[in-house]
Design a protein around this ligand. Structure first.
Ligand code: UDP
Length: 310
């Protein structure tokens, strides 16, 4: 099995590459290192892993047969897509088009990394795949949300018009080692602040909720979806355990043994008030559900961040 992964040097892309190598696949990883880091894939160098430094918004050239194209490239933190709005739109739109073109040319199965952000600030809770979402196209998050919604629509168009075997995973908040210390998302922000005994910055009043999935669970779900024949509709992958942001901040302070205080900062525009995946589809179609408890996953992630913030 030969797999092309765009965004292979990113947080999830690198874990996915590694898990596929462990299953005996040959992996071609592509990344332009805009938010990815070669350090995430340095340990894959001696394995059946080929790295191509390339911006996938332009033509993607890969020699030889390919069985799967996994389109993972994208900035994924709200801070990143505020700073990189045009690159975010380009990789979700043009990058998806190029990656689909590669899948079509190679007669490969295509899988796109979509997101719970397609549901926007949801009016249905928890979110089922059948929910169409509540997205502000012209708000600051619109560049990411709409690019991913476009990516889903383009993926379905390639399936309907060209007969490409396509799959869509809607990824909910995921955490684990290899998130960037300064990536700005809640878990890395709280961990780096807590480990430095600095104030922990909760946005808004901290009552907004998220549901956090450990990266190994997410990757297991993605691989199950890759290998599930006939599952072409979007599938939510995430951990349904829902917490307020204040709860996760306080848990991280406790688990790191930190003396940090919680301080409150303004809530970013269009920040979703609630988020929790309905994973009935993943459970029934893939036989998947998360296994790693929040304490175990946070513990492993804290170990990683302890090394990084030294
Ligand atoms: N958040 C926070 N402090 C931070 C970073 C994030 O309170 O330093 C909040 C953010 O406003 C949101 C939640 O944590 O309500 C999750 O944010 P994240 O950036 O991780 O991802 P999102 O789920 O919003 O895409």
């Amino acid at each position: 099995m030969r797999v092309v992964i765009t965004g292979a040097a990113g947080f999830i892309g690198s874990h996915l590459s590694e898990a596929l190598l462990d299953r005996g696949a040959s992996v071609v990883g592509i990344d332009n290192l805009l938010t990815g880091d070669l350090g995430n894939i340095a340990h894959l160098r001696d394995r059946d892993f080929q790295f191509i430094r390339h911006d996938v918004t332009t033509y993607i050239d890969v020699d030889g047969p390919v069985d799967y194209v996994l389109h993972w490239a994208s900035p994924a933190s709200p801070v990143d897509y505020l700073e990189l709005p045009i690159q975010t739109m380009k990789v979700g739109a043009l990058g998806t088009h190029k990656a689909l073109g590669l899948a079509k040319a190679k007669k490969a199965t295509f899988l796109v990394a979509s997101t719970s952000e397609v549901y926007g600030d949801p009016l249905e809770h928890p979110q089922k795949e059948s929910y169409w979402g509540n997205v502000n196209p012209v708000g600051p998050r619109g560049v990411y949300d709409e690019a991913k919604r476009f990516a889903e629509a383009m993926t379905v168009a390639y399936r309907r018009f060209h007969g490409v075997d396509t799959k869509i995973v809607r990824i909910f908040n995921t955490y684990g080692p290899r998130m960037r210390v300064n990536d700005g998302r809640a878990v890395p922000a709280f961990m780096s602040q807590a480990l430095r005994n600095e104030d922990v910055t909760v946005f808004g009043d901290g009552t907004q909720t998220r549901s956090f999935c450990y990266v190994s669970d997410l990757v297991a779900g993605i691989i199950k979806l890759m290998e599930a024949p006939g599952v072409n509709d979007p599938v939510n992958i995430g951990n349904p355990q829902e917490l307020t942001i204040e709860q996760i901040a306080r848990l991280i302070i406790k688990m790191t043994g930190s003396t940090s205080k919680v301080i409150y900062k303004p809530l970013p525009v269009d920040d979703p008030k609630v988020r929790q995946p309905d994973i009935t589809r993943a459970r029934t179609l893939l036989g998947w559900e998360p296994k790693v408890s929040l304490e175990e996953g946070l513990g492993k992630t804290i170990e990683y961040f302890r090394e990084k913030v030294k």
